[in-house]
Write a protein that binds this ligand. Structure first.
Ligand SMILES: [Zn+2]
Length: 346
């Protein structure tokens, strides 16, 4: 069956009407004036289908043929002008496929955010130079300044003992060379401790006052050491920031500087995920056990902490300080670890 076609010679804009047919591997053009042209099919290129627009054939002499889409063309040019384009067209023609691919993209995005992003963040955090960790930590401290940290009022002797015991505990641990305890008086945030990406571990006088013993303080410090060993600060900041960077790429506002600015703010706002808390807890229990100390001290400190809600945390969302709140699960896990440690020791 011949198809009505419009032909252009490629040199002028003149259009000639013709009938298009195919026989014995040749494409035939029968013009209205009786002229006949023949081209071997393999020498003719067909442009991929694009929605409902006419199909375009490219002739070897530079001429062009425009023809309404037809199943005939499918038979003459089985590969349809390109595999990828053919796929795109196939998808375009099927609503369910469109919906399916939209869902696929959505699922891939969710999967990436949930699994790919944490993986990327960990890889990036592991390659983060210490100078960046220091820089980010400085900015976090500057942001925390409005919480009015004062020099610690706790007797120097107790601080020295704690510091010494802590250093003994983490000796030989990965990244322990960077770890340093900073004692502060912080009435506004109350009993708290937190690790900065550069290895500084802040602990408040209020936590030392609340603790029933230095063992309990040490248990909390072990947990903070876990955050540092696993680079949780940088990892969660990168994970959170990456969402914004991706959003920036998608919506056209991506710059490295916005990442540098967003890291400390993000870190402060979002804090650690539950997964990070669990990981730091597990690290602490193991570290304590390896030094003959019971994770029970961690459970009792958690209980004390759960009884207080610091003023600053009620005032605003400072996730960095508020993700630590003890949960019944964490206390139960510590007690379980203590039982396991007790059973394991002679
Ligand atoms: Zn924590």
């Amino acid at each position: 069956m011949a198809l009505a076609a419009h032909c252009y010679d490629g040199q002028s804009s003149r259009m000639r009407a013709a009938r298009l047919d195919c026989a014995d591997g040749f494409l035939q053009l029968a013009f209205e004036d009786g002229q006949l042209q023949q081209w071997p099919l393999e020498a003719v290129r067909i442009r991929p289908r694009l929605g409902n627009t006419p199909r375009l054939l490219q002739l070897p002499d530079g001429g062009r043929v425009e023809v309404a889409d037809s199943p005939e063309l499918e038979r003459w040019f089985p590969d349809g002008g390109g595999r990828i384009e053919g796929w795109a067209d196939w998808l375009e023609r099927r609503r369910s496929a469109i919906l399916g691919s939209a869902l696929l993209v959505l699922a891939a995005t969710v999967l990436f955010l949930r699994h790919g992003m944490p993986w990327l963040a960990r890889e990036a955090a592991e390659r983060m130079p210490p100078v960046v960790e220091r820089h980010v930590s400085e900015q976090v401290v500057a942001l925390l300044d409005r919480l009015h940290f004062e020099p610690s009022q706790v007797p120097a002797a107790r601080r020295a003992t704690l510091e010494q015991r802590f250093l003994q505990l983490v000796r030989g641990e990965p990244r322990s060379a960077q770890m340093r305890i900073v004692f502060v008086d912080a009435a506004r945030i109350g009993a708290n401790a937190f690790a900065l990406p550069d290895g500084r571990i802040f602990v408040t006088d209020q936590l030392l006052e609340l603790a029933g013993s230095d063992d309990e303080v040490l248990a909390v410090l072990a947990h903070e050491a876990g955050h540092h060993v696993h680079r949780h600060g940088m990892r969660s900041a990168l994970e959170q920031s990456s969402v914004f960077v991706i959003a920036g790429l998608l919506f056209g506002d991506a710059s490295g500087s916005s990442l540098a600015v967003s890291i400390p703010v993000t870190l402060l706002g979002s804090g650690f995920s539950r997964g990070h808390e669990r990981e730091a807890d597990a690290y602490a229990f193991d570290l304590l056990r390896r030094h003959g100390q019971s994770p029970k001290a961690f459970a009792s400190m958690m209980r004390r902490l759960s009884a207080q809600v610091p003023e600053a945390l009620e005032q605003g969302p400072i996730g960095y300080l508020s993700t630590h709140p003890p949960s019944p699960e964490r206390i139960a896990a510590a007690e379980q670890a203590a039982v396991a440690a007790g059973a394991a020791s002679p």
